[in-house]
Design a protein around this ligand. Structure first.
Ligand code: ADP
Ligand code: MG
Length: 380
């Protein structure tokens, strides 16, 4: 069911404002975000739509096609994660109040989405960004895309309590079709980078419960590396800020496994910035090589790959893909493959075959291009 139809069915009236926002995939820049480095995501064609109308209860009245259950929540209470998905919406509402952009008297909200939930494509930022845009539109307060991204980030980070960076909300709010977005996570500086490539997203179906534990361990290792490197360079704030030309010095200063983790972060930072320059000059083939290098670095140095991901990347390379790597932190989840149109069918078939031979099943593969960010939608 579409969001507007769900709204009418639930509340018996038409919505007054609507907005949508996309899921995303990060082209390159893996584990650089929380180290103060750059990331380079694109928006996907899958989107979350939020429609909104006035309420007079002073509350949030919410419903989603995901479970169809209607809930009423008092967003002024701070219940952090205890509200389920309502916590994201409540967080957005509280941030809008702070910004003077909340609809008076509460709001009614209906949500519909084709962003897969919990698959690493950032359904949560699609939800918070679309909600912020729909509610600000309802309140008739024009907020800039950067302000919406900030509200959505704080809703998820401060209110729900997810240790996320700024990437997901920033790309969902600022994306433009045919472009990737270079985001420098330490400064929040952004630059639109032309990206005309075609990507295959290969879902390995591997969902590791280990992922959060492993991710937290990596974060601690990076913090320990910074603490030691400060003896060499007292003003070092972020691991990604270590000069790439001083790699030998870094290696001398750090024991394993901190050395490997740090070499990955410093190398990945350089690859991501160089990758953005290559894309800006239309060098898709050279950019693809960086994707392979990124995967190797994730596999060997950061140790965040999985056999299924390695198999997809190897099969893609053999079949002539421009580049391929794990995406979305790793340890399972999705691999992305950069292809040119002529070889797309052949590469897709080769990955299917190799995966089936090894694991007895075929992974879902979708073709994606860099799509649009948040936008107002007609109220229908
Ligand atoms: P993802 O990688 O998809 O962002 P997260 O764990 O960060 O995974 O966010 C998923 C959460 O976002 C869901 O558990 C749910 O609370 C909320 N969510 C996302 N999309 C929807 C939706 N369409 N309807 C209701 N809740 C949603
Ligand atoms: Mg998320």
């Amino acid at each position: 069911m579409k969001a507007a139809a769900l709204f009418r069915a639930t509340f018996g009236v038409a919505p007054r404002a609507a907005a949508s926002a996309p899921g995303r995939v990060n082209l390159i820049g893996e584990h650089t975000d929380y180290n103060g480095g750059p990331v380079l995501p694109v928006a996907l064609g899958v989107r979350t739509t939020v429609v909104a109308g006035a309420a007079d209860s002073g509350l949030l009245e919410i419903v989603s096609t995901r479970d169809g259950r209607f809930e009423r929540i008092d967003y002024r209470e701070n219940r952090a994660g205890g509200w389920g998905w309502g916590g994201y919406v409540a967080g957005v509402m509280r941030e809008l109040v702070t910004a003077g952009a909340a609809p008076a008297g509460g709001a009614r909200i209906a949500v519909a989405s084709d962003v897969p939930i919990g698959a690493g494509l950032s359904s949560s930022a699609a939800l918070t960004v679309a909600t912020a845009k729909a509610l600000a539109t309802l309140a008739r307060v024009p907020l800039r895309a950067r302000q919406i991204a900030g509200i959505a980030f704080r809703a998820e980070h401060d209110h729900v309590g997810v240790r996320c960076g700024i990437m997901d909300q920033t790309i969902a709010a600022l994306a433009t079709p045919g472009h990737a977005l270079l985001i420098e996570c330490a400064s929040a500086e952004t630059r639109q980078i032309p990206f005309r490539g075609r990507l295959l997203l290969v879902d390995t179906g591997v969902r590791h419960d280990l992922a959060t534990g492993a991710l937290n361990r990596r974060r601690s290792e990076c913090e320990a590396a910074v603490a030691r490197l400060k003896l060499e360079l007292p003003e070092l704030m972020w691991l990604a800020a270590w000069p790439a030309a001083w790699l030998a010095r870094l290696k001398r200063a750090l024991p394993e496994p901190l050395r490997s983790r740090a070499v990955h972060v410093v190398g990945e930072t350089a690859r991501t910035r160089f990758g953005a320059q290559l894309l800006a000059r239309g060098r898709l083939k050279q950019f693809g090589q960086l994707l392979y290098e990124s995967h190797e670095s994730c596999r060997r140095l950061y140790e965040c790959s999985a056999p299924e991901l390695d198999l997809v990347v190897a099969a893609a390379k053999r079949a002539g893909a421009l580049g391929a790597r794990l995406s979305g932190a790793g340890w399972g989840g999705t691999a992305l493959v950069l292809v040119d149109r002529k070889r797309e069918a052949r590469i897709t078939a080769a990955i299917r075959r190799a995966f089936h031979r090894a694991y007895g099943r075929e992974p879902p593969i979708t073709v994606v291009r860099a799509s649009a960010g948040m936008r107002r939608e007609p109220v229908r």
